[in-house]
Ligand binder design. Structure first.
Ligand SMILES: [Zn+2]
Length: 174
């Protein structure tokens, strides 16, 4: 959870980014604008596309890149895969710094993002899997019956005496 979200929930006292100390740590800041993320994007996004790449709306930014059908010029790997892999590596490196005080060099983050993208892309090619169509929607599915039963068990008056240890543990947290 970013510091902006922690402050919003009254968990934290500062919304400042712990990596750069220059801006509020929103999710868009971590993934797009912070020094680490910015360095990654400077390396990955062709310079001709950089002005259009940055977006102030998180959802639009992610959707535009995930729906992209472009191939990255180096290695013919789908940009959407590389974009998502890079987001994941940027987020993981941020967490390692915040929680374990371990800083990862930009080149290492970049290398992992590219390696995972190539691996995933190869697996998709071997199995004839194509990127999902962004124009399609995923319909909502009714929860499985056992989900409903679990919710009922958790909401039961004596959930703290349930025969299921997990239900008892959750009941004690409330
Ligand atoms: Zn920052």
């Amino acid at each position: 959870m970013t510091n902006v979200e922690r402050c919003r929930r009254h968990f934290g006292q500062s919304s400042l980014c712990p990596v750069c100390n220059e801006a509020d740590e929103s999710i868009l800041h971590v993934l797009q604008d912070c020094c680490v993320a910015s360095a990654i994007w400077q390396c990955l996004v062709p310079s001709s596309l950089l002005p259009e790449f940055y977006e102030s709306n998180l959802q639009a930014w992610i959707i535009n890149n995930v729906c992209s059908r472009l191939l990255h010029p180096e290695g013919d790997i789908p940009w959407s895969y590389l974009f998502l892999s890079s987001l994941w590596q940027i987020w993981k490196s941020r967490n390692d710094l915040v929680f374990n005080n371990v800083a990862h060099p930009t080149n290492a983050i970049l290398g992992r993002a590219i390696t995972w993208t190539r691996y995933y892309s190869d697996i998709c090619q071997q199995n004839n899997v194509t990127a999902p169509n962004c124009g399609s929607t995923i319909p909502w599915k009714q929860p499985e019956p056992d989900c409903k039963e679990t919710v009922q068990m958790l909401n039961a008056l004596h959930a703290d005496n349930s025969p299921f240890s997990l239900v008892r543990a959750i009941a004690k947290l409330r």
